[in-house]
Design a protein around this ligand. Structure first.
Ligand code: MV4
Length: 445
């Protein structure tokens, strides 16, 4: 087992990883930018190394600086968290070269799954259902028109190097293809230095349901069930729940089976998520695989009673998955508390926390790095806390979330708490009748 893990991240996820390391008796090294010298992850780690100026590019994305910190502290592994370098193949490769274990996928796996067109073809070839569309990339406008005519409009053009919604264009008729193709490929070139596109049938008002997987070095892959992440705004998830309120037990089992099959076909190791779009009729289609621990992993932990960071550490150390999934018990929600003003287009609202009170009690979990008088820097992600609740069923979890928000006070900045409180009284949310398109409808009701 590792003796010392460097956490190449900040905020709540850095703290989340430190907590598990402490429980496992593993020493921790925090890295931090100049703007984060008062941050909680710096305080709670055993050691801390400053890695650069405030900007993420010069600190949390600065590979030489992070590797130097690992060298001087003698860390034998690096956990990248999510975001920043978590899906950076060069970083994974440098760790391999320096014989420091990267707690995440190999560079080859990151490259494979990072190419969304290739990943889709790989999944299709092993029998995982995928959205009908191009086989791999579409290279020309003519080819895009030909495939679109075959499968029927509307279609969606996506960047092969994209993911998470960037570089996508919905195309509703043939006369829109040319413009959409040119703008999408241009956007992909600018955003990802790769203009390649692929095309698929556009599924109207789908649900976004993902399966949490964990694989080990012995060829085992386990499913910890599903998360419904359909409540999003501009591809930023706001609320997630497990299990999905619309998936039948039969569909859930089939999705898990498909996800495990897909992951086994690429010899997947570590934590991974397979994202599916789900139709009104419960048909599900693979769209992407994420090769990292995700922000919303705690809801899966709550219904499975399993520490997923612990599993990641064990499988990275060459051990088996320690805590296998059995039955999912109860229902869990995650509400993302961002330093944003929901009444002003979710405009960022960094600044000093003038007063803070966290909720508590049975079934309430807060993953957060903020504290009284902490100043939220403007340079990074606006996530300041995650309220995670567990209940015996969905109604119980909703009641618990309401009472937790009644206790929750953050003063000095605007947060998304009022948005969540509004949602907890919305009839569509309460009945589970929502999809990835419905945020405006949900906000108006
Ligand atoms: C789609 C889709 C409908 N049909 N693909 C968005 C994030 C990325 N992971 C995949 N996404 C989508 N892919 C097909 N074939 C709908 C979405 C989608 C979406 C699309 C446009 C505008 C907002 C959206 C919100 C959630 C999901």
């Amino acid at each position: 087992m590792f003796k010392k893990i460097l956490i190449a991240n900040r905020g709540e996820i850095a703290l989340r990883i430190i907590r598990t390391c402490k429980e496992l008796g593993i020493s921790t090294v925090a890295v931090y930018s100049v703007a984060d010298k008062e941050a909680a992850h710096v305080v709670f780690a055993d050691e801390a190394v400053c890695i650069g100026p405030a900007s993420g590019k010069e600190s949390y994305l600065n590979i030489p600086s992070i590797m130097a910190a690992a060298e001087v502290t003698g860390a034998d592994a690096i956990h990248p968290g999510y975001g920043f370098l978590a899906e950076n193949a060069d970083f994974s490769q440098v760790c391999e070269d320096m014989k420091i274990k990267f707690i995440g996928p190999s560079p080859e796996m990151i490259n494979k799954m990072g190419d969304k067109a290739y990943a889709k073809t790989t999944m299709k070839n092993c029998g995982v259902p995928v959205v009908p569309g191009s086989d791999g990339a579409v290279d020309t406008i003519e080819e895009a028109k030909k495939i679109a005519n075959e499968i029927g409009y509307p279609v969606i053009l996506k960047a092969s190097a994209g993911g998470g919604g960037k570089g996508m264009r919905i195309v509703r008729s043939e006369d829109e293809v040319e413009n959409a193709f040119l703008t999408a490929s241009n956007e992909a070139m600018v955003g990802f230095d790769n203009a390649e596109l692929y095309l698929e049938k556009f599924i109207e008002a789908p649900r976004h349901v993902e399966i949490q997987l964990m694989g080990d070095q012995f060829g085992n892959v386990y499913s910890y069930g599903d998360r419904d992440c359909s409540i999003q705004r501009r591809h930023q998830k706001l609320i997630e729940e497990s299990p999905s309120p619309v998936i039948t037990a039969e569909t859930r089992a089939k999705m898990s089976e498909a996800a495990v099959l897909g992951a086994k076909s690429v010899n997947y190791e570590g934590a991974g998520t397979i994202e599916f779009l789900v139709d009104k009729d419960q048909s599900f289609y693979f769209i992407e695989m994420n090769t990292r621990i995700q922000v919303e992993h705690p809801i899966t932990e709550m219904v499975n009673n399993v520490d997923l960071i612990k599993q990641q550490i064990f499988v990275a150390a060459g051990e088996k998955v320690q805590d296998l999934p059995s039955e999912m018990i109860g229902h869990s929600f995650e509400f993302r508390i961002n330093a944003e003003d929901p009444d002003n287009n979710f405009r960022p609202s960094p600044g000093r926390i003038e007063y803070l009170h966290f909720p508590g009690g049975f079934g309430v979990r807060i993953d957060s790095h903020i504290y009284n008088d902490y100043i939220i820097p403007p340079y990074y992600d606006s996530l300041v806390a995650k309220l995670i609740v567990w209940g015996v069923d969905r109604d119980h979890a909703i009641k618990r979330a309401k009472r937790a928000f009644d206790e929750f006070t953050i003063e000095g900045i605007k947060t998304t708490i009022p948005f969540h409180q509004k949602m907890l009284n919305n009839k569509y949310f309460l009945s589970g009748d929502y999809n990835t398109n419905s945020i405006e409808k949900l906000l108006d009701n």
